[in-house]
Design a protein around this ligand. Structure first.
Ligand SMILES: [Ca+2]
Length: 259
């Protein structure tokens, strides 16, 4: 083989190795680590759909027809002060609190309800064209999941859609996004039928981190063999703790994410 030919071959192999070795930009998914700071009791009859901390108080919403409620929950005892019981024609979903109002989604009815958080009186309704699953906000928009890989951004004044993103990991859509929590610039979503919480870049939809909560699901199932899936993320800014639970889970876990 001529010397020039060998050089060309070496260059070709080097290019191939470089291309194969390169990952597309922005697709790194970090494995997030956590420690359990504390486990609190949680009502194992609660079909949890939404979890949020506001004003230092914990609020929860539940689902299924006839058992859909919104409550303020005493975190240390797990006892609820039920404020709103939905008509049995509705299947309640996630809640978020913004500007002294609670926003609640319903699953397939495609209607959301708005309540005054001071007295839990319903003050408004809004509609959407997809299934309602999880809801949170970033102070600018309400942020809604619909069970697919799409995330909807709603104007907080008109409650109309202003933007959507598609959530992807390594360019592959990640569907079944459920309960949401916006934390420090990122969207966290637990994925239905898994024990994963995903950390999502809210500008691009890229999954940048993944939290595996399988061990917590094992503990929930050991304590209640009819415990259902992981569902429910709240964040307490002051302590930096993330609270997670599930449908029928007898525990609510306070987690500290490691850097
Ligand atoms: Ca939440």
């Amino acid at each position: 083989m001529k010397r020039s030919c060998i050089i060309k071959k070496v260059i070709f192999i080097a290019i191939v190795l470089f291309v194969v070795g390169c990952k597309p930009e922005g697709t790194e998914t970090a494995v997030l680590k956590y420690t359990v700071a504390k486990a609190f009791p949680h009502d194992k009859t609660a079909f949890t759909q939404g979890l949020v901390i506001e004003y230092g108080r914990l609020f929860e919403s539940t689902g299924q027809e006839g058992t859909s409620w919104i409550a303020e929950v005493d975190i240390t005892s797990g006892k609820q002060d039920k404020k709103v019981l939905l008509d049995s024609s509705y299947f309640g979903e996630g809640i978020t609190i913004l500007g002294n109002k609670i926003y609640q989604l319903t699953w397939k009815s495609k209607v959301g309800f708005v309540y005054d958080v001071t007295n839990f009186q319903k003050v408004n309704e809004f509609t959407y064209s997809y299934e309602g699953w999880g809801i949170t906000h970033n102070n600018k928009n309400l942020i809604v999941s619909d069970g697919t890989h799409k995330i909807h951004f709603l104007d907080t004044a008109t409650l109309k859609e202003v933007n959507t993103i598609e959530v992807k990991q390594n360019a592959i859509p990640v569907d079944k996004l459920n309960e949401l929590e916006y934390i420090d610039g990122y969207l966290f979503a637990n994925r239905w039928m898994t024990n994963e919480v995903l950390k999502i870049d809210i500008a691009t939809g890229a999954v940048v981190g993944k939290l595996d909560l399988s061990q917590l699901a094992v503990e929930a199932n050991q304590a209640n063999n009819s415990a259902d899936v992981l569902n429910g993320i709240a964040y307490e800014k002051k302590s930096g703790l993330m609270l997670v639970t599930g449908k029928g889970w007898p525990f609510l876990f306070a987690l500290r994410l490691e850097e």
